[in-house]
Design a protein around this ligand. Structure first.
Ligand code: AMP
Ligand code: MG
Length: 410
């Protein structure tokens, strides 16, 4: 259902703004990026050596050195018959030359040079021809491409000092719970600090949204109603806590009063089973609305590990789609399980257990992943020591050390 919702979102027109290249990392292209000129703009040498005609060089006769080209020089030539042109990496190939002999592969005697037998030189060798990577006007990246270092380099090479990017969706983060106190205060007995709000704000920023943390709401109808009215201004609403089956889990009734329609109120996962997904009437004009004029919300279970897992699996894809990204959805990988394993499966539930994966392993080997010991879904220390989640399918029997397993990347 979430994937279908994302597909629907992907068809919307999103507002855009211009940002300088230095601020573009992490943003999403609003328009296709096109080549302003051929790439490369001139045929250039990929080596230090001698530009020549491949057919002449392959006969091993000495060629007269008739010029030299450095990176930055204008294209020179024409190259006379039986001649070579000294050339540096990045310099334009002189007119008439069709290959470059590497400096390591030649014998030079005074102002003459020849290819050392039995090496051969093919036409085009050590040259990137003008336009080989792209022709002027070609689309190099589609709208919706995520901008990272490589896309910034490409934009720079094509002469874009700034890029049109999609405006970041504004994501309201509403933590609920009578036990919550602000991070900077000392909790009285029975109270805890509101750690979900800053955690979710970080996750929202990472997924391309602009976090908007609301003051925590108390577990009563009035407080929740006030908070939900305020949150209506957001493009996406994340509520944490208050969605389990407890006596003071009042979020769903409050959402219903605010006009919400629920798509689901539970998922077969652990942690995160009470997750709620739905839509409510959109608040104001700035809001990105779907075709029914509604906007979506998630009610995330309050346990920090549950909030994190359900965000990664369900909320992040919606946010990425709202942010205009072409590619969205949770990211999985394979790894080899080491250390303690055993019976991890719970019938009827897919589990996501905090784990630590060593991605810097040996060449040619699958990365190794190990479970992080955890004292329940509130164990923030365990969460902070992990860098992924081990996925335990519903029907998994015992996990053997050495087994290839699936991990959810965070
Ligand atoms: P709930 O989903 O409201 O039943 O909360 C489940 C557990 O998560 C309880 O132990 C809460 O104290 C804890 N919890 C709820 N909200 C937060 C929060 N914002 N930060 C940290 N822990 C929370
Ligand atoms: Mg609660």
């Amino acid at each position: 259902m979430v994937a279908a919702y994302c597909t629907q979102l992907a068809k919307q027109r999103l507002s855009q703004e211009s940002v300088g290249l230095e601020l573009a990392a992490g943003r999403v292209l609003a328009n296709p990026l096109c080549a302003d000129q051929d790439q490369p703009p001139f045929s250039r040498s990929t080596r230090d050596g001698f530009a020549c005609r491949a057919q002449e060089a392959s006969k091993y006769g000495f060629l007269r050195i008739v010029g030299a080209a450095r990176a930055g020089d204008a294209p020179a030539g024409p190259l006379p018959k039986g001649a070579a042109w000294e050339i540096m990496t990045g310099a334009p190939i002189p007119v008439g030359a069709n290959a470059v002999m590497m400096i390591e592969h030649v014998e030079r005697v005074g102002e003459k040079v020849r290819l050392v037998p039995p090496r051969k030189l093919k036409q085009g060798e050590n040259i990137v021809a003008q336009g080989a990577q792209a022709r002027a006007g070609d689309q190099l990246l589609p709208a919706g491409a995520a901008i990272q270092f490589a896309q910034i380099a490409l934009a720079a090479a094509c002469g874009y000092p700034a890029l049109e990017v999609v405006v970041r969706p504004r994501v309201a983060i509403l933590a609920t719970g009578d036990e919550l106190v602000p991070v900077a205060s000392s909790p009285a007995p029975g109270q805890i600090r509101n750690s979900n709000a800053p955690m979710l704000a970080a996750m929202v920023a990472e997924a391309g949204g602009e976090p908007w943390v609301l003051p925590a709401a108390a577990d009563n109808a009035e407080s929740l109603d006030v908070a939900l009215t305020q949150a209506a201004e957001a493009d996406l609403l994340l509520i944490s806590g208050g969605v389990s089956a407890g006596k003071f889990d009042l979020v769903e009734p409050a959402l219903a009063r605010a006009g919400a329609r629920f798509h689901f109120t539970g998922v077969r996962i652990q942690p995160g089973k009470p997750l709620v997904f739905g839509e409510m009437p959109a608040g104001n004009a700035r809001t990105i609305q779907n075709e029914n004029g509604a906007k979506c919300f998630f009610g995330l279970p309050g346990n920090p590990v549950s909030s994190a897992v359900t965000f990664l699996l369900f909320a992040a894809p919606v946010l990425e789609a709202l942010a205009g990204r072409l590619a969205y959805g949770p990211r999985f990988a394979l790894a080899r399980l080491t250390g303690k394993a055993g019976k991890l499966a719970k019938p009827g539930l897919t589990r996501f257990l905090p784990a630590l994966c060593n991605f810097g392993g040996m060449a040619g080997q699958v990365p190794e992943v190990e479970l992080v010991p955890m004292q329940g879904s509130g164990d923030l220390a365990a969460l902070a020591r992990s860098n992924c989640f081990l996925v335990v399918p519903e029907d998994a029997r015992t996990f053997e050390a050495g087994a290839i397993v699936r991990i959810l990347l965070s």
